[in-house]
Design a protein around this ligand. Structure first.
Ligand code: SF4
Ligand code: SF4
Length: 395
C-alpha cells in the first residue's frame, strides 16, 4: 500500500511544481463502460503463474542480482519492529521504507527491526528525492545512520512521474557516487503518476535497475503490458498498493480480498515482488499465504465483491486525469490521501500527504466553490465529491 506524484505523498512532499493543462469532461458518460472494464479486469489476471508447493514463491529481481520472495514488506505504516521481524522469520526477505515516512521515524523503526542478525536476511530498500547531488548524498548518509547499516541494497528515486526525471543528471551523479563509495548497491525509482511512462523510460535508458509501481487488479491494461515488458527486459518490478487501498471488508464478509489481490498482481510475470503494508502479525500471516498461490475462480469472485465495495472511492493512480482540473487540483494525490485515511486507516499519514499538497497549491480547496467538475476519471469516480470529502477531513 504504498506511492509520489506531483507534490506529495506518503507524507513526503517534495515541493516540485508541474505544469498543468486545461482539459476535461464530466465522468458520468463513461460510467457504465468503466464498470464493465473494471469487472473484466478482476476477472482476468494478467497471466496465471505456476502454483503448488514450492512453486513460484521467489523471483529474480531484474538485473539487481537479488532473488526475493514474492511477498515483501512495505514498512511505511509499521510502528512495531517485531512485526517486521515476525515476517522475516517467515521468509519475507525484502523490506521497503523511505527517509520521509513518519518524518524519518520509519527508517529508525526498520533499523531496530534489522538488529541482531536480521539485516543479513533481507534486501533493504529506501528512497531519496531528486535534489542537488550534495543534498542527495547527505540524505542517503542520513538514511544509513537511521537504518544503522553500512550499505543500502536499493536506493530509489522517490515519486517520479516523467522521462525527464529518469534522465535527471543530478540524481545519476549522486547515485553513481554512492554506488562507487559502496554506500548503496543499486539505484531504482518509484512512481505513482505517469507510471507507464516511467516504467518504459527505465527500460529504455538503463541505469535504474528497479521500479516500484502502484499496481493492482484495478490498474489499466497498458500498465500491465509495460510491467510485463519491463520484467522481460531485466528491470526489477516491485508492486505496491497491490491491495487497492486495503479498505476494511464489511463485517460478515466471508473472505478477505487481500491474498486474492496479491495473487492477481503476481499473475503478471513481470512483477518480481510486492510490498503490501503490514502493521500486524495477522496481516503478515494473511499476506504470506499469497506466495505461490494460483489466482482461481474463488479469487475472481472475491475481487469482484471487493470491487463492488470500493469502486466508487478507490483511485487507481492511473494518472489519466492528470492536468484535467483547471484549478490545479492534483486529483490522484488528493484521492490517495483519502485512501490512506479510509482504506489504510492511517489518519496521520493521510493528513501529512494532503497538507503537502496545500504547500504547493494543489489541494482540493477549490472544489467547494467550483461550478462543475471538469475532471474525467477513467473509472468514473465522482471526483468533486471525493476531493471535497478529502479536503473536509484532512485539511
Ligand atoms: S471540482 Fe475540484 S477537481 Fe473538479 S474541476 Fe473543480 S476544482 Fe478541479
Ligand atoms: S481519479 Fe480516476 S483517472 Fe484520475 S488517477 Fe484516479 S482513477 Fe485515474
Amino acid at each position: 500500500m504504498n506511492e509520489k506524484i506531483p507534490g506529495g505523498g506518503n507524507g513526503c512532499g517534495n515541493g516540485r511544481r508541474r505544469f498543468l493543462k486545461a482539459a476535461g469532461m464530466a465522468a458520468a458518460a463513461v460510467a457504465a463502460q468503466s464498470l464493465l472494464s473494471r469487472l473484466a479486469a478482476a476477472a482476468s489476471p494478467p497471466v496465471a503463474p505456476a502454483a503448488g508447493p514450492g512453486a513460484d514463491t521467489s523471483r529474480i529481481l531484474g538485473g539487481t542480482g537479488f532473488r526475493v520472495a514474492t511477498i515483501g514488506f512495505g514498512a511505511m505504516t509499521t510502528r512495531d519492529p517485531d512485526v517486521i521481524r515476525y515476517a522475516i522469520d517467515r521468509g519475507v526477505d525484502y523490506v521497503d521504507t523511505a527517509d520521509c515516512y513518519m518524518g524519518g521515524e520509519n527508517e529508525r523503526i526498520v533499523g531496530r527491526a534489522l538488529e541482531g542478525g536480521y539485516r543479513a536476511k533481507v534486501v533493504l530498500a529506501t528512497k531519496v528525492h531528486i535534489a542537488p547531488p550534495d543534498k542527495m548524498i547527505a540524505s542517503v548518509e542520513n538514511s544509513l545512520r537511521s537504518l544503522k547499516v553500512d550499505v543500502i541494497d536499493i536506493m530509489q528515486l522517490h515519486g517520479i512521474s516523467s522521462e525527464g526525471e529518469v534522465l535527471d543528471g543530478n540524481a545519476r551523479e549522486a547515485l553513481s557516487k554512492l554506488i562507487g563509495q559502496g554506500k548503496i548497491k543499486v539505484a531504482g525509482v518509484t512512481t505513482h503518476g505517469g507510471q507507464e511512462t516511467v516504467v518504459r523510460a527505465v527500460m529504455k535508458h538503463g541505469f535504474y535497475k528497479t521500479v516500484l509501481v502502484s499496481y493492482n487488479f484495478r490498474s489499466e491494461a497498458a500498465l500491465t503490458g509495460a510491467i510485463r515488458e519491463a520484467g522481460e527486459a531485466g528491470v526489477g518490478v516491485i508492486g505496491m498498493k497491490t491491495q487497492a487501498g486495503g479498505y476494511p471488508v464489511a463485517a460478515g464478509s466471508a473472505l478477505s480480498p487481500h491474498p486474492a489481490a496479491l495473487a492477481w498482481v503476481l499473475g503478471n510475470p513481470g512483477v518480481a515482488t510486492t510490498i503490501p503494508a503490514m502493521v500486524s502479525f495477522a496481516q503478515v500471516d494473511e499476506n504470506i499465504t499469497a506466495r505461490g498461490k494460483r489466482f482461481g475462480w474463488l479469487d475472481r469472485k472475491t475481487l469482484a465483491r471487493y470491487e463492488a465495495l470500493i469502486g466508487d472511492r478507490h483511485c487507481t493512480l492511473c494518472g489519466v486525469c492528470s492536468g484535467h482540473c483547471p484549478n490545479g487540483v492534483d486529483v490522484s494525490a488528493v484521492l490517495r490521501s483519502l485512501t490512506y485515511a479510509e482504506g489504510y486507516g492511517q489518519e496521520t499519514l493521510a493528513r501529512e500527504t494532503y497538507r503537502a499538497l496545500g504547500e504547493i497549491d494543489r489541494s482540493a480547496a477549490a472544489c467547494g466553490s467550483c461550478g462543475g467538475c471538469a475532471v474525467r476519471c477513467r473509472v468514473a469516480l465522482d471526483v468533486r465529491s471525493l476531493a471535497s470529502r478529502a479536503h473536509a477531513a484532512l485539511s
